[in-house]
Design a protein around this ligand. Structure first.
Ligand SMILES: NC(=O)N[C@@H](CC(=O)O)C(=O)O
Ligand SMILES: [Zn+2]
Ligand SMILES: [Zn+2]
Length: 434
């Protein structure tokens, strides 16, 4: 990674609007924006070549597998994947081994992220001890530690006990932190392998009904209402979730929701081959869910895109569908899938992409230095997007240590030309800068 000195990014269009300008960055802060800026010869330059300039992306939902499964992802490899995907901040979920349910783990994740330095790694703390759903974790200790944990989640598992969830929301309110719920009523998903629909029936796979998600979404909306606090819904996957979140927002309930790129694009039709790469929680659903999620993201009902980047070892993904681990990679392909499903369909312009990939996630979780406007005086956390380019995904070329991308061999629109974290170039033309 280059030192955070001075940087000149030439020939870029902020938010894809207007004529190309140059951006001068000094000591991590944008100091000048205008056509044909001059800078001393020693200043590092990035040629934007008429690219779109966006605020650096913020991922509220990433699984880095450190500590515990460093064979599938480390904080370093996941940070590289994030930088290449245009991210300047990621939230690393708590389902590590050991679980991030105490400040020793969360502070270690945070410090390792700083040492790697490619992206701001914010650890997510567990809501319950060991993700067991029995006893609240020491959220206060984690929030007060070096990592200043801002978000808590048992993701991978649902906090299904309603009384415990109520207490968690009350505790979170006092700490001014966010609870993010993996909305899954486990008594409705016993043995479930696929979306409960015609495809699962035909393939003989036990179904995961939409109601398993939606019943928790509405329950948690009501609990947040009563607690007078906010709640965030991870990986919304159904048309009904969009309707329920819209209803809850209309009631003045402080609820937010994210959608993954794969739930915007892919359906359970993918399961016909029984390829475990398509196994994910919540499952890929039907086209009407994709379309409702896209509309919800466009109209602000769904607040943001989060990757749910979930690396798994080859041996955990090549076996029989029923025993394969759920989850798919997402960091390096997210922007392309958002362009394919939201920009190329006319649902979002580049301002809208900045909102759902950067501004809203930063606001929801309370980051004050990310998701900022591209303006003089603002921190230089930026992503340079070549909107005209396309690329073919080669699993072996990904920076992630895992290979479980559902987009292998697909040609996708848009590439990340460069990512800039506080004025330092972290990724440039497909390579990370260390
Ligand atoms: N999404 C997944 O299918 N898997 C995630 C857990 C989760 O996000 O629920 C994982 O940690 O592998
Ligand atoms: Zn989850
Ligand atoms: Zn997850």
């Amino acid at each position: 990674m280059s030192a955070p000195g001075s940087l000149l990014i030439t020939d870029v269009r902020p938010y894809g609007e207007g004529d190309p300008v140059d951006i001068l960055i000094v000591d991590g802060v944008i100091t000048e924006i205008g056509p044909d800026l001059t800078a001393p010869a020693a200043v590092e330059r990035i040629a934007g070549r008429n690219s779109v300039l966006l605020p650096g992306f913020v991922d509220m939902h990433t699984h880095l597998r450190e500590p515990g499964r460093e064979d599938t992802e480390t904080i370093a490899s996941g940070s590289a994947a994030a930088a290449l995907g245009g991210y300047t901040a990621v939230f690393a979920m708590a389902n590590t081994d050991p679980v991030a349910d105490n400040s020793t783990v969360t502070d270690n994740v945070y410090r390792t992220g700083r040492e790697v330095g490619l992206v701001d790694v914010h650890p997510v703390g567990a809501v319950t001890v060991g993700l067991q759903g029995k006893q609240l974790a020491e959220m206060g200790m984690m929030a007060a530690g070096a990592a200043k944990v801002k978000m808590f989640s048992d993701d991978g598992k649902c906090v299904d006990d309603p009384l415990l969830m109520r207490r968690a929301l009350e505790y979170a309110k006092g700490l001014d932190v966010l609870i993010a719920q993996h909305a899954e009523e486990p008594r409705l998903t016993v043995g479930a392998l696929a979306h409960d629909g015609p495809t699962a029936s035909r393939l003989g796979l036990a179904g995961w009904p939409r109601a398993a998600e939606e019943s928790i979404v509405v329950r948690d909306a009501l609990l947040a209402r009563d607690a007078g606090t906010r709640v965030h819904i991870c990986h919304a996957s159904t048309e009904g979730t969009v309707e329920l979140v819209k209803w809850a927002k209309a009631q003045g309930i402080s609820i937010t929701a994210e959608v993954t790129p794969h739930h915007l694009l892919l359906t359970d039709a993918r399961l016909e081959t029984y390829d475990p790469v398509n196994k994910v929680n919540p499952p890929l659903r039907e086209e009407r869910d994709n379309l409702a999620l896209r509309r919800g993201l466009a109209d602000g009902t769904i607040d943001c895109v989060a990757t749910d980047h979930a690396p798994h070892a080859a041996q955990e993904k090549c076996c029989e569908f029923s025993v394969a681990r759920p989850g798919m990679l997402g960091l390096e392909t997210a922007l392309s899938i958002v362009v394919e499903t939201m920009v190329n369909t006319g649902l979002l312009d580049w301002r809208g992409v900045a909102k759902v990939m950067s501004e809203r996630p930063a606001q929801i979780v309370g980051l004050t230095d990310q998701g900022r406007p591209i303006a003089v005086g603002e921190p230089a956390n930026l992503t340079v997007v070549d909107a005209e380019a396309s690329w073919t995904v080669t699993a072996d070329d990904l920076a992630s240590l895992s290979r479980n991308t559902p987009y292998a061999d697909m040609t996708l629109p848009a590439t990340i030309r460069a990512t800039v974290l506080r004025g330092a170039v972290t990724a440039y033309e497909g390579s990370v800068r260390r």
